[in-house]
Design a protein around this ligand. Structure first.
Ligand SMILES: [Zn+2]
Length: 101
């Protein structure tokens, strides 16, 4: 029977994976010049990272939720997931009803 890692172990390895991937992306980004960075931003700003269609920004309870106009994916800016986690139960349920598929 497989041994299931504890929540703390799982969290530790996920954080490690995130840090490794962030480091790899930072190294990649350091190799491209400013002009290319601006071009990338212009090309991809407010576009869905999964399908490339435009994101629609909706303000819900002071959280700017970006919803894809095509695939219905939901995106949050840095720090917004902490705001979502602090919503009360009824606001959280409303959030899922509004943005769920
Ligand atoms: Zn999409």
């Amino acid at each position: 029977m497989p041994v299931r890692p504890s929540d703390k172990e799982e969290e530790y390895f996920l954080r490690l994976e995130i840090e490794k991937k962030k480091q790899a992306e930072a190294e990649k980004l350091a190799r491209i010049n400013e002009e290319e960075k601006e071009k990338l931003k212009e090309t991809h700003f407010m576009c869905c990272p999964k399908c490339g269609h435009k994101l629609i920004e909706i303000n819900y309870s002071e959280i700017l939720v970006d919803k894809c106009s095509n695939c219905d994916g939901i995106w949050l800016d840095a720090g917004e997931i902490e705001h979502v986690s602090k919503l009360g139960e009824s606001k959280m349920e409303k959030l899922f009803r509004i943005f769920g598929k």
